[in-house]
Design a protein around this ligand. Structure first.
Ligand code: GLU
Length: 427
């Protein structure tokens, strides 16, 4: 261990349990790569972290102040990239961990981006549309010096969507005096969004699952799938994997879960959710709690909700062959070890859910060039990138005899480490 010049580094504000988890994952990769200690130090802290207070007028004319964050973890390979989360649990540690994962995710996919994440601590469901718009615009104004098509490019995440991105793009453009579509990705198509972006994360999850099945000599037909979460990622994963011939037997959302051992009709379920907002009350299904849902016997389990869902407490009872991490950080370190010992095939988050940021990259490029691609082209390029990343990770995991998460992290860390060495240290 190298002596630390700065003792306060041992306890920075963002050093929360989830950040420690991200850091410990990185350190496993750094150890395995025997990473130069000088480089190691440069990865362990975010490059910059911006904290803002966001005052907005509520509909009842009172003023409320919300806490917002934008963290840039690394910018070695290009502008930083990552979503904006609106959720009551958002804090500096969580956003910093998510920013670090974005760095690894972009590097693994070969995208010319660093990693970032942002968020506002709020309950978006408790705010009116007008309140959400004011919150989004004021937040954008507060962080405006730190974002830009060449600097840092936000996107949707939990609790945000294409409407929020449209407001961010408009606010940024108003400040600059002309339209700048490249400031965010995940925008509506009619203001420069990309075809296929909405489905991209789910599509990437399914590409990875299909590759994993091929490796494990399984065929998709009739395979039982369980999905925790039915937001953008969960719902699109469900629909696309259903089209591959699998059977989605259970899904859940923030409120409750539903189960049908013979498979759910996903198109009808999406129509039900469109109408009622929740999966609850869907015909031809029985209710199931979150805990039981995660422990159902199935072929593929897809956590597509929040972090830290598979822990030391339930890892022994997870009963799937493939675990595809559509969410960021759904498996804790202790659970990782248990799952690995039990021989489950895990597709780590930075690989499984990287389809979203990959099509964000396509959207950014299309916006910069004002030249738009066909959906088929987008999906084909996505398949190429995701499948080749999957196979690179798989090969390294087999040759180095490490699990898929460690292999993915090793590839990412090594890539950025080499880039840092090539660029040198300023001044
Ligand atoms: N929020 C998404 C993620 O965690 C997408 C990020 C992006 O498209 O920039 O990967």
């Amino acid at each position: 261990m190298t002596p630390r010049r700065n003792e306060h580094r041992d306890n920075p504000e963002y050093f929360t349990p989830i950040y420690k988890m991200a850091l410990a994952q990185f350190e496993q990769a750094a150890d395995k790569l025997s990473l130069d200690p000088n480089l190691r130090k440069r990865f362990t802290d975010p490059k910059r972290a911006i904290m803002v207070n966001i005052p907005i007028r509520l509909d009842d004319a009172s003023v409320e102040v919300f806490h917002g964050y934008r963290v840039h973890h690394d910018t070695t390979l290009g502008p930083s990239k990552g979503g904006i989360r609106f959720h009551p649990d958002v804090n500096l540690g969580e956003v910093s961990a998510l920013a670090m994962w974005m760095t690894w995710k972009c590097a693994l996919m070969g995208l010319p981006f660093g990693g970032a994440k942002g968020g506002v601590r709020c309950d978006p469901h408790a705010l009116s549309r007008n309140e959400l718009q004011r919150l989004t615009r004021r937040f954008t104004a507060e962080i405006i010096r730190f974002i830009g098509p060449e600097m840092d490019v936000p996107a949707p995440d939990i609790g945000t969507n294409e409407q929020i991105m449209a407001w961010m793009m408009d606010t940024y453009s108003q400040f600059k005096g002309y339209s700048i579509p490249g400031i965010v990705t995940g925008k509506p198509i009619n203001i420069g969004g990309s075809l296929g972006r909405t489905e991209a994360t789910g599509r990437g999850v399914v590409f990875c699952i299909m590759e994993a099945m091929r490796h494990l000599k399984m065929t998709p037909e009739g395979k039982k799938i369980v999905i925790q979460g039915f937001g953008n990622v969960g719902a699109n994963t469900a629909q696309i994997i259903d089209e591959e011939g699998c059977q989605v037997i259970a899904v859940s959302d923030v409120k409750s879960g539903i189960y049908n051992p013979n498979g759910l009709d996903i198109i009808a379920l999406r129509a039900h959710v469109e109408k009622t907002q929740f999966v609850e009350g869907f015909t031809e299904s029985e209710p199931i709690g979150n805990k039981d849902l995660l422990e159902l016997t199935c072929d593929v389990l897809v956590p597509a909700a929040l972090s830290e869902q598979i822990t030391r407490d339930n890892a022994e009872r997870i009963s799937c062959k493939i675990l595809a991490e559509a969410a960021n950080g759904p498996t804790t370190l202790a659970a990782d070890k248990i799952l690995q010992d039990r021989g489950l095939f895990l597709i780590p988050d930075i690989l499984a859910n990287a389809g979203g940021v990959t099509v964000s990259y396509f959207e950014w490029v299309q916006g910069l060039q004002n030249f738009f691609w066909k959906e088929q082209e987008i999906n084909e390029r996505l398949r190429e990138i995701v499948c080749s990343a999957f196979n690179n990770v798989l090969q390294l995991s087999l040759t180095e005899k490490v699990d898929m998460r460690l292999a993915a992290l090793m590839l990412s860390v090594q890539k950025i480490a080499k880039a840092k060495l090539a660029r040198g240290l300023f001044p």
